[in-house]
Design a protein around this ligand. Structure first.
Ligand SMILES: [Zn+2]
Ligand SMILES: [Zn+2]
Length: 285
């Protein structure tokens, strides 16, 4: 069993409307021992005005609310996390890194997820990202950005949803029409870049996240897909953090039984929970 869900959003994130208290109540209802609240901080989010999305929030207020909920719900451990949107575009990379590092020096943070959401001043969620690229090329560009991001931001605790872009893979027809290309994400594709990422995080003691949102989106796999987890294990990786990336109460600990099976089938016996930025290992069974 996996009893901690360490990736969860609340209405402090611009893409969630769920109150923090609802997430806590839902987690208790699910029988979890603990959770980590990891709202989105994505400085310089591209076209934020056009899309009316600003992924920035008041961390002090967020953590104060956690303090209050800790008192109200002592039956569950509530950890203070954050999900940082890492960037590799020239200038943006340096500016966001400086701001993230500044943010982290001031706070009483348990856990930091480093995720790649945006690249090329866009978001793979938007079809424009895939225009002019094959699925393999779009994913390669994404993995290369992830590699650059983690090298540049090696202070994070875990690498979030490593093959996230696969969720939105599109392909272009001869006429330039962009449509679903998710089935073109072939296992092992871009394995050279993925290996570089995995070797780097293992070397730096950064964990790898298994994120069950892929299952929620009907991809048939969690992020990252099985072959990446297997490769991480082969290369000596041991630190796995687990999160459902719930933006709604109903998705807390989504498919955690399946995640536990994926992990044990791959040879992992433990998952990792971070407190005060330090890893603690928990048996999966
Ligand atoms: Zn994310
Ligand atoms: Zn998230």
């Amino acid at each position: 069993m996996i009893l901690y869900d360490c990736h969860m959003h609340t209405d402090y994130s611009d893409d969630s409307e769920e109150k923090m208290e609802e997430q806590v109540k839902g987690s208790i209802e699910k029988g979890l021992k603990g959770i980590c609240i990891t709202d989105h901080m994505d400085y310089e989010f591209p076209d934020s005005e056009k899309y009316n999305l600003v992924f920035e929030y008041d961390v002090d207020k967020n953590y104060k609310e956690i303090d209050e909920l800790r008192i109200r719900y002592p039956e569950i451990e509530i950890l203070k996390g954050i999900e940082l949107g890492l960037r590799n575009e020239p200038g943006v990379a340096e500016r966001t890194k400086a701001r993230y590092k500044e943010l982290l020096t001031h706070r009483d943070i348990d856990f930091v997820i480093g995720s790649t959401h945006c690249l090329e001043y866009s978001d793979p969620y938007r079809p424009e990202y895939w225009a002019g690229k094959t699925v393999k090329e779009g994913l390669r560009t994404f993995f290369i950005a992830t590699l650059e991001n983690i090298r540049n931001n090696d202070y994070v605790d875990t690498l979030g949803h490593l093959d996230y872009a696969a969720r939105y893979a599109r392909k272009e027809s001869m006429e330039g029409r962009v449509f679903d290309g998710r089935d073109e994400y072939i296992e092992g594709d871009n394995g050279d870049v993925v290996d570089e990422i995995l070797k780097f995080i293992i070397d730096r003691g950064i964990a790898l996240e298994i994120n069950s949102a892929g299952l929620k989106y009907g991809l048939g796999y969690a992020h990252p897909r099985g072959w990446i987890l297997k490769r991480y294990k082969e290369l000596g990786g041991e630190l796995i953090t687990v999160g459902a990336d719930a933006h709604k109460r109903i998705h807390i600990a989504y498919a955690f039984d399946e995640v536990a099976k994926i992990l044990t089938d791959t040879g992992f016996k433990y998952y990792t929970v971070y407190r005060a930025r330090k890893p603690y290992m928990y048996p999966i069974d």
